[in-house]
Structures are given as C-alpha cells and as structure tokens.
Design a protein around this ligand. Sequence first.
Ligand code: FMN
Length: 437
Amino acid sequence: MAAKPFHLAWFLQGSSIQAWGEQWSGNISEEWMTADMFLDLARSIERAGFDYLLLEDSIYIGQNWQNSRDMFLKNGMSVPRQEPSVIASLMCAATSRLGIVPTLSTFAYHPYLTARIVGTLDQVSSGRAGWNMVTGSSDLAAQNFGLDALPEHDKRYEMAAEYIDVVTKLWGSWEPGAIIADRKTGVLTDPSKVHTIDHRGEYYASRGPLNSGPCPQGRPVIAQAGGSPKGRAIAAQYADTIVASPKGVEAMKEYRNDVRARMAAFGRDPDSCKVLFLASPILANTDEEAQARAAKRSQASTEEVNRRLAQLGWITNIDFSGHDLDAPIEELTTNGHQSSLATFMKKAGGKTLREGIIAYTSHGASIDFVGCPETVAAQMDEAMQEVGGDGFLLVLPNVSRKTVCEVTDGLVPALQQRGLVRSAYTHKHFRDNLLEF
Ligand SMILES: Cc1cc2nc3c(=O)[nH]c(=O)nc-3n(C[C@H](O)[C@H](O)[C@H](O)COP(=O)(O)O)c2cc1C
C-alpha cells in the first residue's frame, strides 16, 4: 500500500543573529539586518516542497533572569528581533509557492490592522498568506503597549475568539467578484458587494469594510498553537493548521484525536485542519555521528543551564535565577504558557532543576529524531503512522545555511523517496496545498 503523505512546515524562531557565535553561521553578526539568511531559508524550503514557514514572534526583551535584560542581550536570546510582517513581505517576494505565516498577537495589533496586514500579504503573495494567532503571554510585552499586565490566561482566549471573529468578518467584507474593472462603464468596484461589518462586541469594535480589498484566498490561513483546554478549543473552532508540541507519540496521538473530536463537535470536518508536531531532527552523515551530536545536547555547563532556564522563564514569566539548581523542583504556576510549564514539570518530575531543564531542552520537541537522513525518514514515517497524520513543524536550535541544507537536501529527498512528502506543489494557493492530503 502506498504511504500516506504528510506535511512539512518550518518554525522560524527569532532573528538570524541568534546563530551568531555558532559554527557555520557565516558573517551573520554583520548581515542579520537584511534578513538574507532567512530569505535563503524560505527559498530552500520552498524548493523542498514545504507547506509553510511560520515566523514566531514576541514583542519585548526578556527580563526573566535576575530581573535584568543582561542575559538576553548579551546572548542574543530572542533579541534583536524584527517586525514579522515586514520580514514576511520580503519572504513573499522571495518565493512563489510557499505559505508565509507571521505571528501577530491579539493584544498588540487591533483586529482591523491584523486583517489588513495579512490580507495585503495574501494579495502580494497571490494567495499564500497565513496568520499565527497568539494571545501573547508576558506582562513585559503588555507594558510596551501601555497596559500594566495581560488579561488572565483563559480570558485571553475568550477575547481571542471575538478577535478572530472580527478579523474573519473583515476579510469577508468584500464579496467575491466585487472588483469588476469594467472599462466600458468606468466602474472599478461594485459598491453593492462591499459591506461594513459594524461589529460592537464585548472586547472589540470595528466598522469596516476593509479598505485593502479582497483576499485571493478569501480567508487567509489561520494557525494556532494552544495546548491548554481553552487553547485547544479555540484551535478546533477556527484554525486551518495547529502547531503543537506534546511529548511522545502517545501524547501526540491524544492531542490530535482530541482536537479532531472538538472540531467535529463544532460541526467542522476534522480533515480541514492539519495538526503539525514540533520536531527538531538531529541529522548527520551517519547514525553514529548523529548520536554523538545528540549526546552533546544533553551536556550543559552551568552557564548553558542558566541560559536554558532563562529561556523557559521567558515563556512562563518565572525568574529561575534564585532557585537552587541542584535542589528538587517545587510546584510552579504561570499566567504564561501553561502547557509548556506542565510539560516541563512532567519531564522534570523527581529531578533537580539542573537535570530537569537538561531533560526538557535536550528533547524540546514532540519527539526525538536522530540519525542519517534515511534513518530519520524511517523514524518520521513510523511516528506519523502511529499518530495518524498530519505532519511536522521543523525547528532547528540555530538556523544556518548548513543545517538548513541537511534538511532540504538530505532529509527531504529521503522522505520523498518513501513517498512521504510532496515532490512538487499542486496548487497555487496555500490552503489548497495544505488540504491536498
Ligand atoms: C509551535 C509553537 C509555536 C508558538 N509560537 C508562538 C509565537 O510565535 N508567539 C507567541 O507569543 N506564542 C507562541 N506560542 C505559544 C502559544 O501561542 C501558546 O501560548 C502556548 O502553546 C501555550 O498554550 P496554552 O497556554 O494554551 O497551554 C507557540 C507555541 C507552539 C507550541
């Protein structure tokens, strides 16, 4: 029986300058501002037939270590970081088939602005834009926008549901065929096909119509990444693609089945949303070399342990700098990424903080793939068969042209030979490719 193909996407974290100081990062400390390395990445993964590139974002400089920005600034941890919609438009210009998905958080952009930015990206890319819907998770970010703090976790999702509703209505404010461009009558747009939305809700208001005009896809693709019950509910209601990082095949299967059941309960066809699991394959020429690379990830100096803890603190709003590295971990709570903290606590159960963060970060993705390209292709095949679909969201700790090449010119051809991923795009629009299989 022919293998069931799955989808690949790329999760691009931060700015290319993060790779600074690593081997094979070229002259990135001088060149990062032009985003050339990221544009090369977009071209490369398009050549390899990826569905989309998701641009992660956050809108603040971390301060979750000794209540100081030093750790983050000195080590280039998620800073400097450029506005994702600007980088996304450069990526649209550099590609012709790849889906481009910037992250725009609900507390920082008014829904009208999000609808307009993503709608414009959809136009300039001829129907390849998406939006990664996040609510944000840090009060430090909220303070950059004149707020004291973000709303409480579940309330943020409640607000996000209304937000998505407004954005979707704005995208729908132009009926198909509204632009007639009739040279004989001199009429460009049929006014009867362009409507106000007159939304006055609990949290947002917008009159509309969207002045940027219709979107080639009608409704650009919506991506979402919630892991908590509220997060899963909103993903099941609205998302076209969900990115998630439950740990291990069993948890992945549970997550996908749960989201699919929730979709059915909302009256949606579960196949109309693709769930992609975070994976960070460790590739090398041989299995032995790859195992050695993986073993290296599990060894960390105290400085490295601190950096990894600061990064976890960054998404959970916890300052771990006062905690004893060699004492057992106490119970923790967060108004940030709840599912990330829950996963960390599960991984770290019965361990010291030092051991816990090493265990958590050495295997930060949903599942470990380690080996030469053929071995990893076989591992991915097996995992997908067990989970039931739909694909993987690849993330590499530090993007360089060399590590990208290991994926696009090593792993992907091995997957293609097994019939597991596409060898060419079938459709023009992003959503059509995403829903092709
Ligand atoms: C693969 C992946 C990508 C994410 N990208 C972002 C992002 O770019 N910006 C952001 O603020 N949050 C991002 N998140 C966080 C999610 O939006 C969400 O806050 C997190 O998964 C925790 O969800 P929960 O609170 O429902 O458990 C991402 C999460 C995952 C798993």
